[in-house]
Design a protein. Sequence first.
Length: 254
Amino acid sequence: MGVFSGLEGSLEKYIEGFFKGKYKGHVEPAEIAKRLTREMRDRRQVSINKIYVPNQYTIHLNPAEYDQISTIASALSRELNDYLEQKSFEKKYTLTGPPAVSFAKDDLMRAGCIRIESEFSEAPPDDELPKAEKMRLEQTQRFRLATKGMADIEKKPDSFGWLKIEEGPDQGKYFNLGKGTMLLGRRAGCDIVLSDSSVSRRHAQIEWSRGQYSIIDLGSTNGTKVNGVRVTTRILKPGDTVALGTTICTFKVE
C-alpha cells in the first residue's frame, strides 16, 4: 500500500519531509491530494448507472517547486495514482482508464500554488450517458483533436478579470488577476494582501483555467462567500460579489 493510502496525513508527512529546509514557501503538504480529489469530483459525469471521472491529471507547479519535485516525480506520480484509485473506489466513481498523474512546469504559477487540469482518456460508453451529456463530451473531444498540435496558430486574446474592493479597510483598491493562480490573505507573501483583520493569513485563492476564474477557500476562519453564499469552490461570473471576512469585492472581466 502506498504512502498516500488511507488518511491524507500520510501525504502531508511525506511531502513535508521532502521539502523541509529545501524550498521556502512550498506547496502546502496535503493540498495536492485534496485538489486532485476536488478536481475528480468537480469533473464527474453522471450516467444512467455509473459516475464517471477523469483519469488523467496534470499538476502545474511554479518552476522552482517543479525543479525540486522533479527528482521524485515518478515515484510521487505512482503514489498519487494509487491515491486516486482508492478515492474513486471510496466514492463509487468509475475511472475511464488507469489513473495517470503528471507534473508540468508553469512559469505563470506563483510559489505555493498549484493548478490541476484533468481529462478523460476515453469517453464513457455511449449507452451509459444521457443524450445531453454525450453531446457535450463529443464536442469537447472534437475540440481537443482539432487544436492538438496547433499551438502556433494565432488565438483570440483572453479576457482577464480583476477585483474591486467595495467595502473594508482596503476599500477602493483594484487588483488585476491575469492568468495562473492568485493567493489572497493577510500574509505578506500573498499575491493580493488584504489588511482586514477578519481575513485569514492564507484565506483563498483565485485560479484561471479553461478561460474561467474560480475562487477556492483555503480553510479560512471566517469563510469565503459568493453572492452571500458560503462556498468551498465556485466559478466566478462577472458582477459576482465576493466576501472575504468583512472585505467585500466585486469580480469584473475586461
